[in-house]
Design a protein. Structure first.
Length: 418
């Protein structure tokens, strides 16, 4: 342990306790952009290492966390939600990794529905980034991670309380080929009807589909017709005309435990999908106390085009039909931590190898689902990497987020020739 770094971290917390009483225990817990700016000023003055934790689901060790030799800046208390007077914009608190919803194909990625970012820069200045002011920072923040500043407020375009039809169906792995073929056809249908939302989650023993449609209809939408001839083993959520709220409540899973995730993006292909299930079944046999879930999240070309109209982003996603794939390992026993973290890399590596051999893989890796051993920023391509580095140099010329930030998806670690 570095005694000097630990002393600096202790000094930051003691000073912050004096300025922000009752808000610092073992980490700094600011409640406003001003308080974030104050803590950052103390951190940079002392030269302490730090990490920023928000409400995201990135779980890799040392990402959004730090040991005793640094300061954890916990901004989860920046959680208020406020609507503009005309209800067209939501002012919310910690979406800088892209973001995906059930209707990404209708609205574009979540980050591209941001109207404005309120940002605390490395020198503690508080500013706004949008299409009119600091447009380069606005673009860089959409997918660029924690390299330019600390976002303390997101102004998001709202969606009305739309009507929603949804169902969840469970299928046997004996029908894997038929289910995978139907999933590929549904992804094709999404490109023709962007009211359609769909996901397919596979485990070694069952296949689960979520079918959502952004309208109330009397019968199952035609987009899901490929599943008509496949009999599910159960229907946990029957065909329901509801709202996004009732859907969220119905699909909420109170799973307690630890997790690790990995990601990739593929070209739709039935045989490759079936092969991924076999890989999952093979991997889980070696560690039966760890659960594996593999989810296909379809993205259509229209989503990429719609994202461009909101100021663009740095993701560099190809405008073609593709599923973003998430593989998640779950466990509850602390003794399995090392096994779980290492285990996720095995199916990710094997599926990527199979996809590459079949020429059915894209370079893009979705930050939100990536593993600590992956480098999603590298997958954005040389042009985006150069743009992010230029933006980081412009808005953080002293290299605070490069040198003092503990770890994570730092663009400074990415080579320009990646």
């Amino acid at each position: 342990m570095d005694i000097l770094l630990m002393a600096r971290a202790t000094a930051v917390c003691k000073i912050a306790q004096l300025i922000l009483p009752d808000q610092v225990i073992t980490s700094a817990n600011p409640h406003s952009a001003l308080e974030v700016a104050i803590v950052m000023k103390i951190i940079t003055s002392v030269g302490a290492k730090f990490a920023v934790r928000s409400g995201g689901h990135f779980t890799s060790p040392d990402f959004a966390s730090i040991r005793d030799e640094g300061v954890l800046l916990d901004i989860r208390d920046l959680s208020q939600i406020r609507l503009s007077d005309d209800h067209s914009v939501s002012h919310t608190r910690p979406v800088i990794s892209g973001g995906m919803s059930h209707f990404t194909n209708a609205w574009g990625m979540v980050a591209n529905n941001v109207k404005n970012f309120e940002v605390v820069l490395a020198d503690s200045r508080i500013g706004n980034a949008n299409q009119d002011d600091h447009a380069d920072l606005f673009k860089a923040l959409k997918g660029g991670g924690p390299n330019f500043g600390i976002v303390t407020r997101f102004d998001l375009y709202t969606k009305s309380d739309y009507k929603l039809r949804y169902t969840t169906r469970v299928y046997s792995t004996d029908d894997a080929h038929a289910v995978m073929a139907a999933a590929v056809k549904v992804q094709e249908n999404i490109t023709k009807d962007d009211n359609t939302g769909f996901f397919l989650s596979t485990t070694p023993t069952i296949l689960v589909t979520g079918m959502l449609y952004k309208e109330w209809v009397d019968a199952r939408p035609n987009a899901f017709a490929p599943f008509d001839d496949i009999t599910p083993v159960s229907v946990p959520i029957p065909e329901t005309n509801g709202t996004q709220y009732s859907s969220a409540v119905a699909q909420t899973m109170n799973q307690v435990g630890k997790r690790a995730s990995g990601t990739m993006s593929l070209k739709p292909d039935v045989e490759l999908y079936v092969k991924t299930l076999g890989i999952l079944q093979d991997v889980v046999r070696t560690s039966p106390n760890i659960s594996l879930v593999h989810t296909f999240q379809p993205l259509g070309p229209v989503s990429v085009e719609k994202s461009k109209s909101f100021g663009g982003n740095v993701l560099n996603v190809q405008p073609v039909s593709q599923p973003w794939v998430s593989i998640v390992a779950f466990w509850t026993d602390d003794a399995l931590d090392a096994t779980g973290l290492n285990m996720i890399q095995r199916p990710v590596g094997r599926i990527k190898a199979a996809a590459a051999e079949a020429r059915k893989m894209f370079e893009f890796e979705f930050v939100n689902d990536s593993d600590f051993a992956q480098s999603p920023l590298c997958s954005y391509g040389i042009e985006s990497i150069g743009f992010m580095k230029e933006s980081a140099e412009k808005y953080d010329p002293g290299g605070v987020f490069k040198q003092l930030q503990n770890d994570g998806l730092l663009v400074s670690k990415v080579r320009n020739d990646t």
